[in-house]
Design a protein around this ligand. Structure first.
Ligand SMILES: [Fe+2]
Ligand SMILES: [Fe+2]
Length: 334
């Protein structure tokens, strides 16, 4: 089928078209439905004989979660639940567009397959929250509805180079965040949540590898364009749930992010590691033969970002953050 797209930089569009065979080769990284875990595999089976014991054990382990852990878990769940915004974003990146909704080109198959896998992340964790009985579900649900209504801007402006850079960073960020939350939950005595977080993190890791492989393909074909997009995207920290709202606090995302940073789930140091790993994987440090001018400058600026973010993290460490009340946990302060 003919590859269709929204209007955009024709050179970048050509790169996206040239990359189709490469993306085709990456598609086996999506798991088949049959081999994928499903949310119900990880939650009590209400049609089974042991549902009441299974439910009781889930509720018992959830009592071991601290208020901080609950806030971070809710924030992560809300972020996953805004998936419609992310699929919409993917479809706006020139060259990736699935115009009919059932196009067969590799970019469209990737974006639908990725979305289908991601859908399980919000479903399973929202189910856990619901059954655990530890949070105000109505408030959580309102936050999800607000977030999707408020929308989400990657800052890519439809540019696929920026969009795929963003996705490469974001999948690593969610991987780290789920993994670290899972490890904290496991230590606190919540093995079921630990397992759930680990499975989600493994999906995110697989997605991250694919987005980074796509970026490697772009870098090989258009180093100058890739460096420009990387410089612009990695120089900002744009989190997907930054327009999160519960109808009460105007700084909900920031408050959630502070708690995550405090308990070691995700912070600016993790972001610095994230950018550093990406730069190493793309071997930007040794990228020679660039034309005089912007490209070499962009490369140097990108390579300097991790140090800059670590310095900013040190400044953040010295800031005192006062506890705030979260409606998600019935107004308790953390
Ligand atoms: Fe996810
Ligand atoms: Fe993801």
């Amino acid at each position: 089928m003919k590859h269709q797209q929204l209007t955009m930089d024709p050179d970048r569009l050509q790169v996206m078209i040239d990359l189709l065979p490469h993306v085709d080769g990456l598609l086996p990284n999506l798991k088949s439905v049959e081999e994928s875990w499903q949310p119900s595999d990880l939650l009590p089976d209400f049609g089974g004989e042991t549902w009441s014991e299974d439910l009781a054990s889930l509720r018992a382990e959830a009592l071991n979660l601290s208020d901080e852990m609950l806030v971070v878990l809710v924030g992560n769940v809300v972020t996953e639940e805004a998936l419609p915004s992310y699929q919409t974003a993917l479809n706006r990146f020139g060259g990736l567009t699935d115009r009919t909704g059932v196009e067969t080109h590799a970019w469209a198959r990737w974006s639908r397959g990725w979305t289908a896998e991601e859908k399980r992340h919000g479903a399973v964790t929202l189910g856990y929250l619901y059954l655990a009985g530890r949070v105000d579900m109505n408030s959580v649900e309102q936050t999800i509805q607000h977030l999707i209504r408020n929308g989400f801007d990657t800052g890519a402006g439809g540019d696929p180079f920026r969009g795929l850079t963003y996705a490469s960073i974001q999948e690593h960020a969610t991987k780290t965040s789920w993994r670290q939350l899972g490890s904290i939950a496991g230590k606190a005595g919540a093995p079921q949540l630990h397992k759930m977080c680990g499975l989600i993190a493994a999906d995110e890791a697989r997605h991250e590898r694919v987005y980074r492989a796509m970026m490697k393909g772009i870098l090989e074909r258009d180093p100058e364009g890739a460096l420009e997009a990387l410089r612009d995207t990695l120089g900002r920290v744009a989190m997907p749930a930054k327009t999160m709202a519960d109808g009460k606090s105007r700084h909900l995302f920031q408050h959630f992010a502070h708690v995550g940073q405090r308990i070691g789930v995700y912070g600016l140091r993790d972001y610095a590691d994230n950018v550093e790993g990406f730069v190493e994987e793309l071997r930007l440090d040794g990228l020679e033969g660039l034309p005089e001018g912007d490209a070499a400058r962009h490369r140097d600026e990108i390579c300097a970002l991790p140090v800059r973010y670590r310095q900013q993290a040190e400044i953040l460490d010295r800031q005192r953050v006062r506890p705030v009340a979260f409606p998600w946990i019935h107004g308790r302060r953390v």
